[in-house]
Design a protein around this ligand. Structure first.
Ligand SMILES: [Zn+2]
Length: 114
């Protein structure tokens, strides 16, 4: 009976490996976890064989790297780079010039002075 436990653990491990590799390859981790649980080693071989979603990677990264804001005044969508977001406190709408204040969460002026 121990074999059943070992096999089911093995199946779950396969699922975990699939999820891990899938997320590293910009694929849905949860979907691949279940695929790994269902197909075991076969799914692991498949996810390793699959090429990362490289072609879309640059585009996806751009989407991930930027945050969209909606202007209060004109409802214009404003895309801000996450890197820029740390350095700015106010977004100016390119459409109507409305200023949107940003809350960075550390507004307590705890900046260390050197
Ligand atoms: Zn606006």
């Amino acid at each position: 009976m121990d074999y059943i436990i070992i096999i089911s653990i093995g199946w779950l491990v396969c699922g975990a490996i699939c999820a891990f590799v899938a997320s590293a390859k910009n694929r849905t981790a949860l979907g691949w976890f279940f695929t790994g649980c269902l197909f075991g080693l076969l799914a692991v071989i498949i996810i390793f064989a699959l090429s990362p979603l490289d072609s879309d990677d640059d585009l996806m990264e751009e989407n991930d790297e930027s945050i969209s804001f909606v202007c209060n005044e004109c409802r214009q969508q404003i895309l801000i780079d996450k890197k820029d977001l740390k350095n700015i406190d106010t977004i100016v709408c390119s459409n109507c010039g409305n200023e949107i204040q940003l809350n960075h969460g550390n507004k307590n002026n705890n900046q260390k002075r050197h």
